[in-house]
Design a protein around this ligand. Structure first.
Ligand code: ACO
Length: 429
């Protein structure tokens, strides 16, 4: 057996041997196939990169058919049950689990970089009263690049580490302040006596009490949600971070692009869309009519379907369990009954079975977030905080990868050619 592909170009009758490596062929090798010297080489057309590998990565492994998700080789189920978000962040960024000393140093560093420059607060206050918190987060993360111009020195490992620590540390502060802004409440400074996730909840919900300590079950559930969202290989937002990062811009600008990509309803914005959908359905009786609408192509069942998972999304299974833990503290969200019934009906329906559509991570996460009393606009902010270590781990990989180049896809040009320009004075005469 030879690891190559023999391709016969029927336009010219010429045959080519294209090497196969790691289950892929190089697009550059395909580009060598041409009808004549000087003619453009053959290219692959792949809108949405459905079958194109853009990098080598050792961060996250997914087997969509088997429903497997591993960070650096560790199954997501074990990490969600036995680890914590900052340890997982360390694992993603550094590639190995920390020793005790490394863990302590990491937690210390992250904890002591949670504060942001006072000017960040001032410009956040300048947003309109009804600004979407994701817009505020995207802008404020990008703005951090102006506070840390040294971040442009991306070839220096110590410098990269500094920015990574800063970003993981400050994302909850920015996210919480975006929330407080919409509420018209004063921004709360970080409480560095608390854990990463407990401090985030304090910055969100603290009022006049001298210390805010959330129920540990809620802290744990949110920490698990952060772990579940921490990375997911080459998804839309990670691809955005890598694509923008490939220009060698600073990591704040690259991550800000990731936040923008995550904002969209087909990506991180889906959990917000799920909640709105459940509210619109309103009661179980309306589900059959809604499902008919989906099958007729009038709308989508949000929180269902995934580009990669075609069997089940392992994160959805863990979230269902976290749902129960949270509802034990907060009481059951009445939308849960609609979600469960919707899931039951959809999983038995030929339309969804045939297309391998299953609940994804966003189907239940919105219900948990609502139980925390987050407005839907905040859901994607929570996703962004969780995803930050993943974006940064992938960014570091990109920066160190000698095979990477500036991202610059090809196109198939479909427009006019060589038109003669007629000045406006003649065209409008
Ligand atoms: N509801 C109804 N039909 C659907 C859904 C859905 N949620 N998702 C896919 N389909 C249908 C498509 O219409 C298509 O049908 P067709 O073959 O008759 O044309 C078929 O299933 C295949 O779907 P694609 O759109 O080709 O699948 P793709 O991999 O491009 O899209 C995506 C994946 C974007 C996640 C899609 O399933 C979707 O829009 N889901 C709803 C939004 C959502 O929940 N997004 C969160 C994803 S998870 C995350 O980002 C964290």
């Amino acid at each position: 057996m030879t690891d190559s592909l023999t391709v016969r170009d029927n336009r010219t009758g010429q045959e080519y041997d294209v090497p196969i490596l790691d289950g892929t062929i190089k697009a550059a090798d395909v580009g060598k196939i041409r009808t004549a010297e000087g003619e453009p080489g053959l290219a692959v057309y792949d809108p949405g990169f459905v079958n194109t590998a853009s990098c080598r990565s050792a961060v996250t492994f997914i087997d969509g058919d088997k429903g497997i998700l591993e960070y650096r080789g560790y199954p997501i189920e074990q990490l969600a049950e036995k680890s914590n978000f900052l340890e997982v962040a360390y694992l993603l960024v550094h590639g190995t689990l920390p020793t005790q000393a490394e863990h302590e140093a990491w937690v210390h560093e992250i904890t002591y970089h949670t504060f942001v420059h006072e000017n960040v607060k001032t410009f956040m206050q300048g947003f309109r009263y009804d600004a979407h918190p994701m817009g505020m987060l995207m802008a404020s993360v990008g703005a951090l690049s102006t506070f840390y111009p040294d971040a442009r020195n991306i070839s220096d490992a110590d410098n990269r580490h500094m920015q990574i620590v800063r970003m993981i540390a400050k994302m909850p502060t920015l996210g919480a302040w975006a929330y407080r802004h919409a509420q018209g409440k004063p921004y709360v400074y970080p409480d560095n006596d608390l854990s990463y996730t407990a401090n985030f909840l304090s910055m969100l919900f603290k009022m006049s009490e001298s210390k805010f300590e959330a129920d540990p079950r809620l802290v744990k559930a949110l920490d698990v949600l952060f772990i579940l969202h921490a990375d997911h290989e080459q998804n839309c937002s990670t691809n955005a971070v890598r694509s923008v990062g490939s220009s060698q811009v600073d990591p704040y600008s690259a991550v800000s692009a990731g936040v923008g990509a995550l904002f969209g309803p087909l990506h991180g914005g889906a959990n917000e869309a799920v909640l709105r959908m459940l509210r619109r359905i309103g009661s179980k009786e309306n589900i059959p009519a809604f499902i008919e609408g989906v099958k007729n192509g009038n709308e989508k069942l949000m929180g269902f379907g995934h580009r990669v998972y075609k069997n089940f999304d392992p994160r959805a299974t863990i979230i269902k369990k976290a749902c129960e833990d949270v509802f034990e503290v907060t009481g059951v969200n009445p939308l849960l009954a609609i979600a469960q019934e919707l899931e039951k009906i959809a999983l038995e329906d030929e339309y969804f079975i045939k297309r391998k559509l299953y609940p994804n991570v966003d189907f239940y996460s919105g219900l948990i977030y609502e139980a925390f009393q987050f407005p839907p606009e905040m859901f994607t902010v929570l996703f962004a905080i969780g995803r930050t270590p993943g974006w940064l781990a992938q960014w570091v990989e990109l920066v160190q990868d000698k095979e990477q180049k500036i991202a610059r896809p090809k196109q198939i040009y479909t427009g006019d050619r060589t038109l003669d320009f007629v000045p406006a004075s003649e065209r409008w005469a």
